[in-house]
Design a protein around this ligand. Structure first.
Ligand code: NIG
Ligand code: FE
Length: 390
């Protein structure tokens, strides 16, 4: 038997189990307690009915929420794009071509440097309450550089995504079709063993609908599950392709037609919104309200990367989503936890229910609403991942 710990005197508990507490999607319980046994949640309920445990932890009336599930980041990279950010904030537009700067720096870096960078950002995220992180390749764009990115990522997370089709490699500028052949052939063969997901940047200046379909279907044939960078910088076929192929997620979803929204509502693909990218590129906000009102499942993630969104902070993304994307604080919290879990097809994270991983964030606040009510304030005071205090 593993040690049991009773976390008691939780002022407000978000379970994301609509079958308990107030019956809302957040399954809120006031004056609650949680029992952790080993790496899992063993019991959830009102504090006055809590069972005995080996150890006791007093939450002192604070709010406890599921650890954040950041289902979209790009953390295997080297270098810095401060100059590009400065230029954007002086009025220059964001262009996907900036990715090339990071590709050059990443190729030049040693394995240790890349791993140290990744660990730094995973820890930075953990301190801010993120207990599950998906991360991608996409800054190598050669067979060896993509495979090593995924090998390094797989040492630190189970949620690894092959994004060899981030942009056409500069080495293939004159022959994009040959690059797609490389990605769907030898690069996929080398990368698939380390990855769970396959992704493509379906965008003008990156990959068109036919190329994206070729990349995703090749990955699917190797057992990878698709997710798509879709409709970020322009309207296009990405979202509808994602839904058609049964992708776990269509990410960005900034510029959507009514047909795109209808496709998402009718399908199983989660819409993952990445407000850090719109913040850092001064772009139009994704319309979360429109998606939610149409019945689409929405996730919120950071897109942490050195170009378009250099934040690892889920609380920051929640605050932006509430202020500028039409989400309520409850919806934003759900999307940053249970929504991210849906986008990763996981039911063992993103919820505080018996049997789920004990991935928990205690807030220095009486309720989760303070994450957007008190933007920019570091409210995450204690984090547990798999039952261990981080
Ligand atoms: O998700 N959209 C494409 N890829 C990243 C940007 C990467 C970069 O600018 O380095 C994104 O925003
Ligand atoms: Fe991205």
């Amino acid at each position: 038997m593993s040690t049991t710990t009773l976390i008691t005197r939780i002022g407000s508990l978000v379970t994301n189990d609509p079958g308990v507490g107030d019956g809302s999607p957040l399954g809120l319980i006031q004056d609650a307690a949680v029992v952790v046994e080993g790496d899992r949640v063993a019991w959830v309920g009102p504090a006055d009915r809590a069972p005995d445990a080996d150890l006791m932890h007093d939450a002192e009336g604070r709010a406890l929420i599921p650890g954040f599930v950041d289902s979209h980041s790009h953390l295997v990279f080297a270098g810095d794009r401060t100059a590009e950010f400065n230029a954007r904030m002086s009025g220059h537009p964001y262009q996907a071509g900036g990715i090339r700067t990071t590709v050059a720096a990443t190729r030049a870096a040693g394995d240790e440097e890349l791993e140290a960078n990744l660990v730094r950002y995973v820890r930075e995220a953990l301190r801010q309450g993120t207990t599950t992180v998906e991360t991608k390749s996409g800054y190598g764009l050669t067979v060896d550089d993509e495979a090593r990115a995924l090998r390094i990522a797989a040492r630190h997370t189970d949620e690894v995504t092959f994004l060899g089709a981030h942009i056409v490699s500069p080495d293939f500028a004159d022959d994009p079709a040959a690059y797609v052949d490389l990605v769907t052939g030898p690069m996929l063969d080398a990368c698939a063993p380390y990855a769970r997901w396959v992704d493509v940047f379906c965008e003008k200046g990156a990959f068109d609908g036919d190329q994206a379909r070729a990349v995703l279907t090749a990955g699917m044939a190797k057992g990878l599950v698709p997710r798509v960078h879709a409709n970020q910088l322009s309207y296009g076929p990405g979202v509808q392709l994602a839904v058609e192929l049964g992708a776990a997620s269509a990410d960005h979803c900034t510029l959507l037609t009514d047909e795109d929204v209808a496709a998402l509502a009718a399908g199983t693909t989660v819409a993952t919104l990445l407000p850090g990218a719109e913040f850092s590129t001064r772009a139009q906000w994704p319309d979360a309200r429109r998606l939610l009102d149409a019945g689409v499942t929405v996730a919120l993630s950071t897109d942490c990367n050195p170009g378009s969104s250099f934040t690892s902070s889920m609380p920051f993304c929640i605050a932006l989503a509430v202020r500028d994307m039409g989400m309520t604080p409850d919806e934003a919290l759900w999307s940053a936890t249970a929504g991210g879990a849906r986008a990763l097809r996981r039911d063992d994270v993103g919820r505080i229910v018996p049997g789920a991983y004990a991935d928990l964030a205690l807030l220095d606040a009486p309720s989760h609403v303070h994450l957007s009510y008190r933007p920019g304030v570091p409210l995450v005071s204690e984090v547990w991942r798999h039952g261990v205090r981080a």
